[in-house]
Design a binder for this molecule. Structure first.
Ligand code: PMP
Length: 389
């Protein structure tokens, strides 16, 4: 063979960096006795009633494809849920689409709106997939850097500075992964003002909307005049503890939804049927379990963030998700050095903030979706680690 592998792989894919989180998972997985605060998923098993609904659907033989957009009954439940929880109105027949996780929803949203060379604003520190998904859609991710001293809140002036005639959209994520920061109604309204002024679209990733602990949650399309400009992405992975089910959804005005559905028809066809039956049950009867999980995360957040501050890792109180994002600047180490040494010396896995973008440097992401005992042990080990530095 005269060609190298590189010849066959597209330039776009060649340019993508492998996910920085993976390297730490692989290292942690090869060690024994590691407390992992690294993974971004709930530590709960999906509610039994949801699993049972899925099993029942299989017993009844519901094993064929569903409609491309998803089971109508599920779309009706999603519409009722969005209305009940966030005062949002979407039509099940034309404005909702069931996807394979929020991940596919993000991919569809970007591919449906991006022309080659369009710029999409990504807020850093950011979920690791946004930049690569924009690039795979043919666009250019343009990063806006939020600031630890400002609790990583996105401010309108920061967006305005980087808008160009090619700016097509802004990806918002509140509550945020990795910072846990939640934007309140006033902060969202200020961003909406800029969005309207510059005629942008917004992809609002609200996958952690169920997991907020201090204030009532505001969904971005609920802000005045934003519904028509927003592609709302959400799903079942986090709030309903259903990561492995691979089920999400998208809500958007008909014109945008139709465009996404076109891609979905040719690529995925439909989300897994049995998972859709489980999700119907989650939305119909899952509220109590979600409340209990939320309370449990809140208790753990309060303990963990207070303890981080007590051992000298300054950390703002994150309003949502299940991540703490403490500063490690006082240690003089880079986030990668800190994470690697903490893992090797004390067997605690955290994720270096630098994998979430330049403004994540100086911080590490710790998921507190672990038992209280594990969190207590992790704090003990981190304290010992810090005392040696
Ligand atoms: N968005 C954010 C911000 C996330 O953190 C994640 C999961 N880590 C996803 C989307 C993807 O979620 P899903 O499992 O629904 O694909």
């Amino acid at each position: 063979m005269t060609h190298t592998t590189k010849t066959y792989v597209s330039e776009t894919v060649n340019r993508l960096q492998p996910s920085g989180i993976r390297r730490f998972f692989d290292l942690a997985a090869s060690m024994e006795g590691v407390i992992s605060l690294g993974v971004g998923e709930p530590d709960f098993v999906t509610s039994w009633s949801v699993r049972e609904a899925c099993i029942l659907s299989l017993e009844q033989g519901y094993t064929s494809y569903t409609a491309n957009a998803g089971l109508m009954e599920l779309r009706q439940e999603i519409a009722a849920y969005l209305l009940r929880k966030f005062a949002l109105e979407y039509r099940p027949e034309s404005e909702l689409l069931v996807t394979v996780g929020a991940s596919q929803a993000l991919d569809l949203a970007l591919r449906a709106i991006v022309n080659p060379g369009d710029e999409v604003i990504v807020v850093e520190p950011s979920f690791v997939s946004y930049g690569p998904l924009v690039a795979l859609a043919g666009g250019i991710p343009v990063f806006v850097r939020t600031n630890g001293a400002d609790e990583f809140k996105l401010r309108p002036s920061q967006i305005e500075q980087i808008i160009t005639p090619r700016t097509k959209a802004l990806i918002l994520c509140s509550p945020n992964n990795p910072t846990g920061t939640v934007l309140n109604r006033e902060e969202l309204a200020a961003i909406a003002h800029i969005v309207k002024k510059h005629d942008l679209l917004v992809i609002s990733d609200e996958i952690y909307a169920e997991l907020t602990y201090d204030e009532p949650y505001t969904s971005f399309p609920a802000i005045e005049e934003m519904r028509e400009r927003t592609i709302l992405v959400s799903g079942f992975s986090k709030g309903f503890a259903m990561t492995g089910w691979r089920l999400g959804f998208v809500a958007a005005p008909e014109m945008l939804l139709k465009a996404m559905l076109k891609i979905h028809q040719y690529t995925m066809m439909c989300a897994p049927t049995m998972a859709q039956y489980g999700a119907i049950e989650a939305l119909k009867n899952g509220e109590h379990d979600v409340d209990e999980m939320r309370k449990s995360y809140r208790r753990r957040r309060n303990y963990f963030v207070q303890s981080l501050n007590e051992i000298g890792l300054r950390c703002h109180l994150p309003g949502g998700a299940f991540y703490a994002f403490p500063s490690i600047q006082a240690t003089g180490l880079t986030s990668e050095q800190f994470a690697e040494r903490l893992l090797i010396e004390e067997k605690v896995a955290v994720v270096p903030g630098s994998v979430f973008g330049t403004s994540g440097e100086g911080y590490v992401r710790c998921s507190y979706a672990s038992s209280l005992e594990q969190l207590q042990e992790a704090i003990k080990r981190m304290k010992r680690f810090l005392s040696r530095l």
